[in-house]
Design a protein around this ligand. Structure first.
Ligand SMILES: Cc1ncc(COP(=O)(O)O)c(C=O)c1O
Length: 377
């Protein structure tokens, strides 16, 4: 039995394969929230300084998870969409400039760029089909291209991109590189420095095993002051806490993106969840996820009429595997899985399954049994 099993005492019949949507919490996140609630009841914010230590640890954990040079490069944000908006509406655009995205992006990483249309900025959607999706994206960069915004792992197909190739290609071409990391961070190792990311963002409620509403925004230090700020308040000041001073300047660190009181409740939970990922280690988390995805792939491939919509090459995927069954209505199949307590979701061309590192053999075997019965009619 895997040593961290006690952290995930889910409902006995539950078959949870939906970490690419919203993940269950580990026990320690639930305890952290319960303790925080009790402390608020008994003591209010008497020990606020201790809470700030937790928040500091959270920033440091994010720094290590992303391999950011410093925790000063980390801002705690509401979600991925907010961080993307900070970049989109922070940069100083010129009419005619272009943004490269793929034609498979989750709406957050498309809408935000399309919202720049009134400034004369053009969004170019590039197909990821074919054997070299990175080259498709890089080939689309021209003299007017200012930024490439891409999901590390596509939410529907599960395709994982070679961020190293993209990051280096963008840097060579003088194009800013912005990575929506939500489907990779916590599922496979991630490295903003090795991959030359200028911006990276993710929310905590998927592979990071935290609650919704608290995410991370990495901004490369050299670019921080280029992003025009749109939210102001006491917390984002360089001399935060000196309330008598009337002159002010935004924090030099990425705290400049955090206008007011932090989401302390979320920080308690997410700090606990990330501590678990760090204890297991992201290399091992990634390997355990890949084993489980491979297992699902082998089981699905053995079923008649199953089509896989996720690449078979492990380097080309992370924690998502999406499939459909010839002649079977996806919604009907999804309802059947739901009835059998398999938690998954229809996405893209089929049904998306997403196990995490702790997912037990039982869950995978039982899901494959349910599917084989469904396929047999
Ligand atoms: C690729 C991708 N980006 C962004 C999001 C969600 O963004 P947010 O954190 O703003 O809710 C999702 C959620 O499914 C996603 O799959």
């Amino acid at each position: 039995m895997y040593a961290f099993h006690d952290e995930f005492q889910q409902d006995p019949g539950l078959r949870y394969l939906n970490h690419a949507a919203v993940a269950p919490w580990p026990r320690r996140a639930s305890l952290a929230v319960a303790q925080f609630a009790e402390q608020n009841v008994l003591l209010g914010a008497r020990d606020y300084a201790d809470w700030m230590d937790v928040e500091l640890r959270l920033r440091e954990r994010f720094m290590r998870l992303l391999n950011a040079p410093s925790s000063d490069d980390i801002a705690l944000v509401k979600n991925t969409s907010e961080a993307l908006s900070f970049v989109a509406f922070g940069l100083d655009w010129q009419p005619g400039q272009q943004i490269i995205i793929s034609d498979e992006e989750f709406p957050s990483n498309r809408i935000v760029w399309e919202a720049l249309a009134p400034l004369g900025v053009e969004v170019v959607q590039v197909s990821l089909s074919g054997s070299d999706p990175e080259q498709n994206l890089l080939n689309a960069c021209g003299p007017k291209t200012r930024l490439m915004a891409i999901s590390a792992v596509q939410f529907a197909s599960g395709l994982r991109l070679d961020l190293n190739k993209l990051g280096h290609g963008c840097r060579q071409r003088g194009v800013l590189f912005c990575v929506d990391a939500i489907q990779q961070l916590g599922a496979q190792p991630f490295d903003v420095q090795a991959n030359q990311c200028d911006f990276a963002m993710a929310d905590g409620h998927k592979w990071l095993l935290g609650p919704e509403g608290l995410g991370v925004f990495y901004c490369r230090a050299e670019l921080r002051e280029q992003l025009k700020l749109h939210e102001y308040g006491w917390h984002m000041l360089e001399r935060m806490g000196d309330y008598t001073r009337t002159d002010w300047e935004p924090a030099k660190s990425a705290r400049r993106f955090e206008c007011g009181s932090p989401n302390m409740l979320g920080a308690m939970a997410l700090e606990a969840s990330l501590s678990l990922l760090e204890e297991v280690g992201m290399a091992q988390v990634g390997q355990l996820i890949e084993e489980r995805v491979q297992w699902l792939q082998d089981g699905l491939s053995a079923l008649p009429g199953v089509a896989l919509h996720t690449p078979l090459n492990p380097l080309r995927r992370a924690g998502i595997i999406t499939f459909s069954v010839d002649g079977q209505d996806t919604q009907a199949l999804y309802q059947r899985l739901k009835q059998e307590n398999v938690v998954c979701i229809p996405r893209g061309k089929g049904i998306r399954l997403s196990p995490h590192f702790y997912t037990q053999a039982r869950v995978i075997e039982e899901t494959l049994t349910v599917l084989s019965q469904a396929v047999a009619g």
